[in-house]
Design a protein around this ligand. Sequence first.
Ligand code: ATP
Ligand code: MG
Length: 318
Amino acid sequence: MADKRAKRLEKFIRPLRVEPGSEVDLERDFDPRYRGDLRKRDSAELLQTGVSLLAEYQARLAAQNTHGVLLCLQAIDAGGKDGTIRHVMSGVNPQGVHVSSFKVPSAEELDHDYLWRYACRVPARGEIGIFNRSHYEEVLVVRVHPENLDRQRLPPESRGPGIWERRYREINDWERHLTDNGFAVVKIFLNLSQEEQRTRFMKRLDLPEKNWKFSAADIRERRRWDDYREAFSEMLSATSTAWAPWYVVPADRKWFARIGAAAILARTLMTIDPQYPTVDERARKELRAARRELEKQAPVGAAADPYAAGHPESRRRR
Ligand code: ATP
Ligand code: MG
C-alpha cells in the first residue's frame, strides 16, 4: 500500500524535477499553467489526502528524532509562498514545524558570511523547517541588484567575476553537508507567469482588504522580470543536485501549486520512512512494573485498568 502510494507520487512529481546537470531555460522548459491530468474539481480531496499523509509522517519524524527536513520555497513576488505554506502545513502539529522568512539582511547578519543566517535556522532533528525565501536569495536578488553585494563587505579577493559559480558550489556543498548528516533538503520554485503576476498585483490594488499586500518594490522588481528569469534559470541549472534536486512547481493555478508542494514534501518523508521507536525488554519491564503499581492504586469498586475496561481491544495489543 505504502509502496503503491510512493510510486504514484513519484510519477506525479517527476515532470517537475530539474534533472541534475541539465541546462534549464525556464521559458522553454517549464509551463506555469501545466496541470498534468489533474482537474480542479478533484483538487480539494487530493490536497486533503496529501495533508493527512504529511501529518502522519511528520508525527513519525518527530517521534524518531533522527532526521530533519528543510523545505526551501522560492518564487517571484505574488508567487504564492505564503498560501502554499498555510495550506500544505495545515494538518501538521505546529510544534514540529518552524517557518523562517528571510528579508533584507540586518546589520548583524551582514557582519557574518552570507550563509550564516540560514545555518542559524536549519531545523533540528525531528523537525520540518520551512524557509520562506532562502539562501538562494544570495544568488538571485543579490545578483540582480549588486548593491546588495556591496553591503556584504566582502574582501576584494572574494568578489570578482567567478563569484556566482563559487556561491553555487558553496551552496551545493552546504546542502551536501546537511543531507550527509540526516537533514533532507527539499527545494521548490513556484513558477508564476508574468501575466498571472500582473493579475495578482491588480487584485491587490483593486481589493481594499488586499492593499496591504502590495508594495511599490513589487512593481520595481517586476521591471527586472527578464533578469530574474535568467538568474533563476542559471541557479536551477547549477544547484539541482542528486542529493538536493530542485522542483519547478507550476504556480499559475494555486490549487495545483499546493498539491504539487504537498506531494514533493510527502515523497521526501516517505523516502526517509521514519518509524516510531520500539521499546526494548528493559523498558518493557519498567512498563509492567508501572502497570502493577497503578493497578494497586485502584479505589474500591474501580477497575484495575479503567482504560482497558473501556477499550477491550487494548488488552489484546499489550
Ligand atoms: P510577501 O509575499 O508577503 O511580499 P516577501 O517574502 O516578498 O513576502 P517582503 O518583506 O515583501 O517579503 O520582501 C522581502 C524582501 O527581502 C524581498 O524583496 C527580497 O528580495 C529581500 N531579500 C531577501 N533576502 C535578501 C538578501 N539576502 N539580500 C537582499 N535582499 C533580500
Ligand atoms: Mg514582497
